[in-house]
Design a protein around this ligand. Structure first.
Ligand SMILES: C[S@@+](CC[C@H](N)C(=O)[O-])C[C@H]1O[C@@H](n2cnc3c(N)ncnc32)[C@H](O)[C@@H]1O
Length: 245
């Protein structure tokens, strides 16, 4: 990947809000913002991978001071074009290693973005970086899918998740390395345009261990922002770890 904006360069940024429209629904956003505002409790919030401000802007409108980190100038330009963004500070950089001034009551990394770090070392570094930014009693919140390996019969490594005459989308898994990719083919006038985004899938228990390495301890694990219990059937989780006081 040569683009300094990573996989969220100009082309993805230009259509990000429309193509993620479900995630921008008021119900989905409000439920997340309720949890984050409560955890902030009058303190500051740090968003890793702030993107176009889907969560940061409504959180800032609730009166929470928000700072973001993102690699992509193209995504942050979309945030900057929205009303209210002048209340939000942004640092351009890799959220696994980039330091910003001050400490935070809550740090959060939503919409599967921990998986954008494609090595275990980088994911561990991210937890350590967050721990260094949290004030005592502060929390780190992650929203991420449970690896969908139950959909893979032996010998199969591809899971299609959208097929239509004009778009094919499928994930490819390497269970030996936990590497995966999401792949998209957009068909226009009979010609396909192919995009592939690499990820590293990560297990809930593995995240707990990363938290432990960073000196954090788990406080919650829910199936979603409405705080339903996490079960063996859950397809995603919201996990919260806290820095001991
Ligand atoms: C799926 S988007 C999520 C954006 C926003 N959090 C939301 O919920 O809509 C992922 C964002 O993380 C950023 N990102 C991915 N890997 C990153 C990294 N290693 N360091 C900083 N930003 C990163 C991308 O540029 C993109 O803006």
């Amino acid at each position: 990947m040569d683009d300094p904006d990573g996989y969220f360069g100009e082309r993805i940024a230009a259509s990000y809000d429309e193509s993620s429209a479900d995630m921008f629904q008021e119900d989905a956003v409000d439920a997340a913002v309720d949890v984050l505002a409560e955890l902030a409790g009058g303190g500051r919030a740090l968003e890793l991978g702030i993107g176009t401000g889907r969560i940061a802007l409504p959180l800032a409108r609730r009166g929470v001071p928000v700072h973001g980190i993102d690699l992509s100038r193209a995504m942050v330009a979309r945030l900057r074009a929205k009303p209210g963004s002048d209340a939000i500070g942004v640092t351009i950089g890799d959220f696994a290693t980039t330091r910003v001034d001050g400490t935070f009551a809550v740090a959060y990394l939503v919409f599967n973005t921990i998986m954008n770090l494609t090595t275990q070392d980088a994911q561990v570094a991210c937890f350590r970086n967050v721990a260094a930014h949290l004030e005592p009693g502060g929390c780190f919140v992650i929203e991420v899918g449970v690896p969908d390996l139950r959909r893979l019969p032996p010998g199969q490594d591809v899971v299609p998740f959208h097929t239509s005459p004009t778009q094919w989308a499928f994930d490819v898994y390497d269970v030996a390395t936990q590497a995966m990719s999401s792949n998209y083919v957009e068909v226009t006038d009979g010609r396909g345009d192919y995009t592939s985004i690499p990820f590293r899938y990560v297990w809930p228990a593995e995240l707990d261990l990363m938290a432990q390495l960073a000196g954090l301890r788990r406080r919650e694990r829910w199936d979603g922002w409405t705080r339903r219990a996490f079960t063996s059937e859950s397809r995603q989780h919201i996990s919260i770890w806290e820095k001991p006081s």
